[in-house]
Ligand binder design. Structure first.
Ligand SMILES: Nc1ncnc2c1ncn2[C@@H]1O[C@H](COP(=O)(O)OP(=O)(O)O)[C@@H](O)[C@H]1O
Ligand SMILES: [Mg+2]
Length: 253
């Protein structure tokens, strides 16, 4: 059934590392500026933060006729609607993704799964193994690194090493990197991680206040929206384009 659609999980053994924000930014960039056809399965029950953002985005338009008109024009120009965001649990996520593929006229290129912040949530491990790729954000601190390693190791042993499992690759990447930390600490961690056989993306995301710029902030430039691509000025220096490029290269290898 899922002949061409790639299932991509954004997951980590921790909350607050940027999974939902990064899911939204990647989806927005790839769908609205790069022409990818995609959907998002929000499996982080009960928070459902990606769906929550879509609801806030919609309320924002409904409360403001000018913004509604601008959005209507934006979608007219785009020639398609916003990408679907579907609420699920880890246990229903694959079924929801398959339903989405079935009802789509053109099968999506990508379905993103915003995964729950723990592998101990029922169904998360099984779901993870059903995905094609998992990209896992981590912070440069010892505690996060330790949980990231045990998480990736588990997925590697249960999924990637087994040829009968869809999961092909699990990639770590750095999020919220401070300018000063960049070279010394990250290089050291990367060297260690790669020696241990883990895949670390070349792209890292800087720590930046723009991550909190939703439409509701109302100062013109929106970074995180489910109706618009990340604002061009805010994209610059965010490394979201670079991350999207590196990820699409890996899934098309
Ligand atoms: N690179 C970053 N720079 C600054 N803030 C970030 C960055 N990435 C994520 N955040 C912030 O961290 C918080 C948690 O992010 P979120 O995407 O909700 O994480 P998760 O889904 O993993 O729990 C949010 O307030 C988000 O804006
Ligand atoms: Mg989240």
């Amino acid at each position: 059934m899922k002949s061409k659609t790639k299932f991509i999980g954004i997951g980590a053994q921790k909350g607050g590392v940027g999974k939902s924000s990064i899911t939204t930014l990647l989806a927005g960039y790839l769908y609205y500026t790069q022409g990818y056809n995609l959907g998002v399965i929000d499996c982080d029950y009960p928070q459902h933060s990606v769906l929550g953002l879509r609801q806030r985005d919609r309320q924002e338009l409904e409360a403001n006729p000018q913004k509604m008109e601008a959005a209507t024009n934006h979608f007219k120009q785009l020639g398609r609607k916003s990408y679907p965001i579907i609420a699920a649990t880890a246990e229903t996520a694959i079924l929801e993704a398959e339903k989405l593929i079935q009802i789509s006229i053109d099968a999506p290129d990508i379905i993103f799964f915003d995964l729950p912040g723990s592998i101990d949530v029922p169904g998360v491990l099984a779901l993870s193994l059903e995905l094609d790729y998992i990209f896992s954000p981590m912070f440069p601190d010892m505690q996060t690194l330790e949980s990231a390693l045990s998480y990736v190791q588990l997925l590697r042993d249960y999924g990637v090493m087994k040829t009968d499992m869809p999961l092909k690759k699990v990639c770590l990447f750095w999020n919220r990197v401070d300018g000063r930390e960049k070279t010394a600490l990250i290089d050291l961690y990367n060297q260690f991680l790669r020696e241990e056989g883990f895949v670390v993306l070349a792209t890292f995301l800087p720590n930046s206040v723009r991550f909190n710029k939703e439409a509701t902030h109302n100062d013109g430039a929106v970074f995180r929206s489910t109706y618009y691509p990340p604002d061009k000025r805010l994209l610059k220096g965010s490394n979201i384009e670079e991350l999207a490029f590196e990820i699409t290269q890996i899934i098309n290898e």
